[in-house]
Write a protein that binds this ligand. Structure first.
Ligand code: FAD
Length: 488
């Protein structure tokens, strides 16, 4: 039986991001992926928003995605674009890039890191005890791990086997999604009616048409046929545009659920296995990447025995509210897609409000993921929020703040007198650096904040402690987040 410190079930975006985070922290990690390779049939998600670009930038790989995608103002509420080009971030936009491209780029990235991937195998169950987890595979083999993470999507076997409840709302509507060829030119743009949203768009190759059509009746099952697609199109458009030669037909619904817990002993959940919702707003993939980046360093520290297991409880405490908020938002977005005349009146009212400065910023902050605030107690507004990617100056020259996070290690930025802090007991874990910064400190949605004299940054880019002229609280923050001090 092969042994790994961590086994991840599922190599979608959440599983691959988590694998990268663990590998960067030198944890022996393996991914079990049901598919024979990383090719994703069908385009699925259409991109991600600003915070996810930042998270990838923190690891030095954002350029790989930016090079293949198209930046655009794509944070939307109903028909209103929430322009965020004035947000204080290096990436004040969303990135349009298909999920099959995203997964290809991620797979190439983790191939450069020491990540073992078992392709063409499924996790079928597990048994855990105090010392580890036996992970059962479909080929009757098994793996042994200290921890197992279910990144195996909305129908998660891991979540079910762990007995974690998944309450929420049953589906009320279904959409067919497909990539096909047509004999008639499809009409451009999006159409709304009382059932929901419909759209046909010719893809980059000029031949394939991506179709999304809301079904009149709630459809079930994930393997709809070309006939189902044809009928659904005729009902909405009066023609099926001669759809033929499908390369992908699938169905998704507005089923909305969230796991009550993200951990059962040595088994954890991340991504769609922990939360599913209608894709309106395009936040699902980003939420999974956010989960992975929050969990990765914590799990690494527990596996490497620098932190107690209780650190893992902060994963659920921090990430559950983020997904719950996004879920509420997607339910509102989904409701606004159903447009009879009364709903259209509501869409018009909401749209009028959404372009005003305050609502625009709040909504764009949520959709972009830039407003995430982990509850780390009272204090400076930076506490629990993302560290901005400032242009710093060090003794060796200019440096972007995110460059300090490429290795996924904690950083103590000292913006005051050089050598002002003694972090010797954490020297093996935390990188202290003296920097200067003359510009404004500005946060998305909140605006300008008081300049701190020091900032302790977690590997996920969130601020764990803020210095305001003293080191009060620094030792506690270091011990809370990065483990007890080493003996002198
Ligand atoms: C039409 C549509 C449009 C969308 N648009 C967007 C968008 O624009 N932006 C956005 O952010 N999100 C979007 N989403 C949501 C996004 O696709 C998902 O949230 C995202 O794929 C979730 O990633 P994941 O890694 O958690 O799960 P998945 O992508 O579902 O990956 C799970 C992986 O686990 C594997 N697997 C499953 N079971 C097992 C098992 N037992 N053993 C081994 N392997 C297993 C699967 O093969 C798969 O590779 C969209 C979704 C849909 C359907």
């Amino acid at each position: 039986m092969n042994e790994h410190a961590v086994v991840i079930a599922g190599g979608g975006p959440a599983g691959m991001m988590l694998a990268a985070e663990l590998a960067l922290a030198k944890v022996d990690v393996a991914v079990v992926e049901r598919r024979p390779d990383h090719v994703l049939v069908g385009s699925r998600a259409g991109g991600f928003h600003s915070r996810t670009i930042e998270v990838l930038d923190q690891r030095g790989v954002a350029d790989r995605f930016l090079a293949e995608g198209q930046v655009a103002q794509a944070a939307m509420l109903a028909a209103t674009v929430l322009d965020m080009s004035d947000f204080p971030t290096r990436h004040p936009y969303s990135l349009g890039i298909w999920q099959n491209q995203i997964e290809r780029i991620m797979a190439a990235w983790i191939a450069e890191l020491p990540v073992r991937i078992y392709y063409g195998r499924e996790v079928t169950g597990f048994a855990q005890n105090d010392t580890g987890v036996d992970v059962e595979l479909s080929d009757e083999g098994s793996l042994r791990a200290q921890y197992l993470v279910g990144c195996d999507g909305g129908r998660s076997v891991i979540r079910k086997a762990a007995g974690i409840e998944f309450p929420g709302w049953d589906p009320t509507r279904s959409n067919l999604i497909a990539e096909v060829e047509t004999t008639e030119e499809p009409p451009p743009g999006i159409r709304h009616d009382a059932t929901g949203i419909h759209a046909l768009n010719t893809m980059e190759d000029g031949r394939t048409v991506r179709v999304i059509v809301t079904e009149q009746q709630l459809g079930t099952g994930s393997e709809p046929t070309l006939h189902d697609l044809s009928e659904a199109l005729i009902t909405v458009y009066g023609t099926d545009f001669g759809v033929h030669n499908p390369t992908w037909i699938s169905r998704f619904t507005d089923m909305t659920r969230q796991a009550t817990d993200y951990r059962a002993g040595r088994v954890l959940l991340a991504g769609d296995s922990a939360h599913v919702h209608y894709p309106a707003g395009g936040q699902g993939l980003s939420l999974g990447v956010g989960d992975a980046v929050n969990l990765g360093w914590k799990l690494a520290q527990v596996v490497n025995r620098t932190s107690p297991e209780s650190l893992l409880d902060t994963y659920r405490d921090e990430r559950h509210p983020v997904a719950a908020r996004a879920i509420q938002h997607t339910m509102a977005q989904a409701a606004l897609q159903r447009r009879d005349e009364r709903m259209q009146a509501l869409v018009d009212v909401v749209s009028e409000l959404a372009v005003m400065d305050e609502p625009r910023k709040r909504l764009a902050g949520l959709i972009s993921g830039l407003d995430v605030h982990y509850d780390l107690g009272d204090g400076h507004p930076l506490l629990g929020r993302r560290m901005p990617d400032l242009d710093l100056v060090t003794a060796d020259g200019p440096l972007r703040a995110f460059e300090l996070l490429h290795d996924a290690k904690p950083v103590l930025l000292n913006l005051g007198a050089p050598g002002g802090f003694d972090v010797a007991p954490w020297a093996d874990r935390v990188q202290p650096i003296d920097v200067s910064y003359k510009g404004e400190w500005e946060l998305p949605v909140l605006g300008a904040v008081t300049a701190p004299t020091a900032v302790l940054i977690r590997p996920d880019g969130y601020v764990a402690w803020v210095g305001e002229g003293t080191d009060v609280g620094l030792s506690d923050a270091l011990a809370t987040w990065f483990g007890p001090p080493a003996a002198a």
